[in-house]
Design a protein around this ligand. Sequence first.
Ligand SMILES: [Zn+2]
Length: 137
Amino acid sequence: MDKRTIGEAQKQALVARAREARQWAYAPYSRYAVGAALLSASGKIYDGVNIENAAYPVTICAERTAIFKAVSEGERDFEAMAVVTANGGAPCGMCRQALSEFGQDTLVIIAGPEGDIHREVTVAELLPGAFGPEHMK
Ligand SMILES: [Zn+2]
């Protein structure tokens, strides 16, 4: 599996988009605002934020918001995702699984509030041994 590589300018643009989106996070309970931006192979960027709910389990993460927006518009192939939080927090397990459905080599860029990149990892590195589409055949 080849690790996807995107240019430095593209990387910065993706992080900038996630930072920009983060302002729209709806996080009145956790106060942990997250912004995500997903670059598809088609070149389009889909952003997302965490959207909490008074009934806690209804909450959705920024990463899955971005993935679901993209997939619902016909995208299936992703190059990279940027995730911006206050402290460089990494995607949760559920979001790792959601990303994993669409490719092990998608690059995940984990950044802080000023766009400072903390880590760059692949989905395979975030979720080794994932249960995937191949197990459903
Ligand atoms: Zn998540």
